[in-house]
Ligand binder design. Sequence first.
Ligand code: SDX
Length: 376
Amino acid sequence: MGDFAKGLEGVTAAETNMSFIDGQEGRLEYVGIGIDDLAEHSTFEETVFLLWNNRLPTASELSDFRKELSKRYALPAGLARRVAEIPTTAQPMHMLRTLVSEMSLYDTHPNDNDVEQARRKAMNILGQAPTIVAMFDRCRRGLPVIEPDPSLGFSANFLYMLNGEKPTETMARAFDICMITHADHGLNNSTFAARVVISTLSDVYSAITAAIGSLRGPLHGGANEGVMHMLNEIPSVDDAEAYIMGKLERREKIMGFGHRVYKAKDPRATYLMTLAEQLAKDTGNADLYAKSHKIEQVMEREVAAKGIYPNVDFYSATTYHCIGLRLDLFTPMFAMSRIGGWSGHVIEQLSDNRLFRPAAAYVGPHDAPYVPIDQR
Ligand code: SDX
C-alpha cells in the first residue's frame, strides 16, 4: 500500500492532455497554449473545442461547433417548468446542481457512455446550464424569462438572457475571457470528483452533478463569492490594511489567495487583474479595484514568503461585479465555464478508464469483543 498523503497532496492520480500547470513559475497552458494567448485571442467555444479535441479548430469546425452548441441553449419544456418552480430563495449553486442532475430525466439514453454519447451529453449540459442560471435569476427577480438567442455566442447569449438586452461588445468579451480562464485546471477537487464518479462507468450527468457539488465549497469555486463579501465588508481602501491584518492575526483564510499547486501568482489572476482594473474604471467601481490592489500589496508583504499569492478567484470577483452579475451568481459562472473542463476529463477518463479506489489506513481497534447491550 502507498504512503498516506492527506488530501492526496502531491499524488498524481491521472494523466491528461488538457491543461498543464507549472506551480513554481505560475504558468498555465491548455493543450500547450499559454492561458494569456488564449484569453487574448480565443473564444470560449474555441477553447472548449481545443480541450475536447487536443487541437484548435479550423474556421468551419469552429462554426459547426458553435451551431451545435447554440442548438442546445433551449431547455426541454419540462425542465423549463421546473426552473420556474424552484423557490426564489434557493441558493443558485444548489439550484444548478439540482437541475443539472434533473437534465438526465429528459435524456432518452441517460446511461450511454461511449465517447460520442458522452460528448453529446456534455454539449447538452454546456448549452443548457447558462439558460438554467439566467432563467432562475429572472424568475427570482420577478422578471419575464428571456428565451435564448441561437444567433448569439455562448457569452453574449448568457448576458442577453440574464439582462433582457444584448450586451455591449466590451461586456460580452470580458465575460468570455472569464469563461476561457476558468475552463480547465488539472486535477482540481471538482474535476477529480467528476473523474471518480465516471470511473465507475456511471453517467455524465452524475459526474457533472458531483463536480458542481464540489465547486460550491468556499475552499474551491465558492471563494469568488467570499472575495466579494470581503470587499463589501471593507468600507474604503484606507481600511483594507487593518481589515486584512486583523484576519491574518486571527489566522483566518483570505478568500482569493493561496493555492495547492501555485506557489507563485496564478497567471489567471494576473490576466483578470488587468481586465478588472479596466472594467472597474469604465463602470465607476474604481474603489473596488483599489481595495483589491491594496489587499494584494498587504498580502505580498505579509505572506508571499509562504507561497500565498492571489488565485483565479481574487480578481474574477471584481470582474463579475463590474459586468453587473449578482454576487451569488459568481460561483455558477465558474461552474458554467468549468463544465467544459469537467466534460473533457470525463471523456479522457472513459477513453482509458481504471476505477478509482484508493486505500484508507485503518487506525481503529482490532479483535474487539461484541458486548451485549445490557452490559454496556
Ligand atoms: C480554486 O485546485 C485548483 O486548481 C483550484 C482552482 C481551479 O481552477 O480549479 O484553482 C480554483 O479553487 C482556487 C482556490 C480558491 N480558494 C480560496 O481562495 C480559499 C482560500 N484559500 C485557502 O483556503 C487555501 O489556500 C487553499 C484551500 C486554496 C489551498 O490550501 P492548502 O494547499 O491545503 O494549504 P493550507 O490550507 O494547508 O495552507 C498552508 C498554509 C497554512 O498556514 P500554516 O498553518 O502552515 O501556518 O498557508 C496558509 C495556511 O493557514 N494559508 C493561508 C491562505 N491559504 C493558505 N493563510 C491566509 N489566507 C489564505 N488564503
